[in-house]
Design a protein around this ligand. Sequence first.
Ligand code: C2E
Ligand code: SIN
Ligand code: SIN
Ligand code: FE
Ligand code: FE
Length: 369
Amino acid sequence: MKQNANELLELIFSYVTKIASIHEPDKLLVEVAKMGRDIVNADRCSVWMLDSDTNTLWTKVAHGVDFLRIPADSGIVGDVIAKAEAKIINDVYADPHFNRSVDEETGYKTETMMVLPIHNSLDKVVGAMQVINKKERGGFTQEDLQHLLLASTYVAESIESSLLLEEIDATQRELVYIMGVTGESRSKETGNHVKRVAEYSRLLAELYGLSDKECNVLKDASPMHDLGKIAIPDAVLNKPGRFNEEERRIMDTHAELGYNILKGSERTLLKAAAIVAYQHHEKYNGTGYPNQLKGEAIHIYGRITAIADVFDALGSDRVYKKAWDDEKIFKLFREEQGEHFDPKLVDLFFENLEQFLTIRETFKDTYDG
Ligand code: C2E
Ligand code: SIN
Ligand code: SIN
Ligand code: FE
Ligand code: FE
């Protein structure tokens, strides 16, 4: 089935429009691969991206959950990327670069192949498109190559920016996590405290009905709730006993301190972290700190982190107290329903108690000796 120029352009533009609206790299690469396959009428197409940190090529397999990763210099794809030169091979088994092990493993017979490099805006080769098994006799043609080249120049920019965005996102998540752990470690709490609070918060967010995106944002932001503790003097933070009034007053500033560190950012994640730091000690009945916010005036992120944090704090040893047993914790949760805590969240907590206990077990603290 041969496409005429108009049909081809239509095909390219319908894909380009779709691709421009996708921001997650893995979904995007799957869509680019479908485009490549349809444009040249191939049986399969893979989009390989070069990861220069690990010197590997990776691809997202359509319908599969996994990424495939191979050494950057392997196979025909590796050769095309190294030489920055497209290649048509209509008898792959005769090509010295062809790696038969993939066929042998998958049982798929590769007969014809065309691979072309993908360039970024600086004209650096960042990956390759590989189409396999032309559906018509005779294999891939120079015309196919021109068509795929045309399409790939349209999508290269989308691929590049989605990868950049992901890089920034990952960097942000990592930094936030490190800052959360740093805040906790000064107060001699373990890194697992921040993991548990993150997981409890995510679960509560999900049960409450927040969107997937918000659940993930809160999961990544909630470990920052105590960031402000990094500015609390050691003598207060790690006092081995109960606070006096002055110590209490100093400690209470950690909520606003954390907020002040984070509030300047425009990033979604840091904005959420700022809310959590500011509001995680507000109480539903309006008697919390620092602003005595009441009810739903407290952001849902703050109401959720409050429960996650207290549930974890009560069940853990601290320099100033021993861990409570579960009966005592549950009794306090009942008493504080509608007082300290959002009543709806307490219901969700008890209705799904098993899941919370599973998280606690999965990320439990381990002591050496
Ligand atoms: P944290 O230890 O992570 O505790 C977080 C929250 O869990 C507390 O917020 C409180 O709402 C709850 N919580 C923890 N332990 C107990 C407890 O034994 N009884 C009750 N009823 N609730 C408890 P809060 O009170 O605003 O404290 C914030 C942070 O201040 C605590 O974080 C901890 O780092 C520190 N802190 C509070 N009181 C003392 C104290 O008497 N001595 C020391 N050394 N630190 C304290
Ligand atoms: C490989 O299987 O090593 C990469 C794909 C190819 O041979 O072109
Ligand atoms: C594939 O099965 O899609 C890849 C085959 C190859 O790279 O040789
Ligand atoms: Fe706190
Ligand atoms: Fe905490």
